[in-house]
Design a protein around this ligand. Sequence first.
Ligand code: SF4
Length: 249
Amino acid sequence: MRSSCATRRIYKWTLPAWAGRLPDGRTYNTCPSAGICHDLCYARHGTFQFPGVVRAHQANLRYVLDEPDAWEAQLTTELQHRRYYSGPGPAHVRIHDSGDFFSAAYLHAWIRIVRRTPDVVFYAYTKEIALFEETVRPDPPPNFYWRYSYGGTQDARIPPGSPHVDVFPDEESLDQAGYTSQAPSDLRGAYGPETLGIPANNLPHLKKAQGSQTFRALQRAADTAAADRRARRRGPAKRGPSKGHGPPR
Ligand code: SF4
């Protein structure tokens, strides 16, 4: 794991974003519930796509896929190192800058790691709503904070009142909507209010593609359009035989 903020002792573990191909030819999708976000994903552009960065993230994924027990054991051992306990306050681990909990087995492994490391605080954003509601919500580890992230195919399943994050065109629109910006501190992902907003990354072509909408609004529009297409494919509803009175003979 790498340290992303030495003074606040935030460490990160991450995977490659969304879909790709490993050097051995295997394909993967680390964000199975990504929706409109995959077209606007900052991790699929810019520095995240530097070859060395892609290689490192893919190596993480290969480790998880090919040697899940060794990966889990190594991470658990690493988290016992004294640098995680040198204070002041707890160290934090952000699970994923990019990628998501792509399988139940992977999520279960993380939950075991979190439980074995009670003095470190873990946090994550996720679009895997159903998996978290079923797996984590009933008995969450006290040192684990998660936050649902809009822009995925499971947006409609985000329970009202859940901590969530939406991506806004800019700070101004975020503020107008009554959201709190995540920008001053990454730890707001863990400790911030229910309504957290992220201003769109400063990549001009992504900002242009997002326009004046939030990820939540764009996903809702995409869901509505998909439902309309499905309805059109099904065609007009067929009428069954009338049970009422037929026309007079
Ligand atoms: S879930 Fe996150 S990392 Fe994956 S495609 Fe969407 S924005 Fe990118």
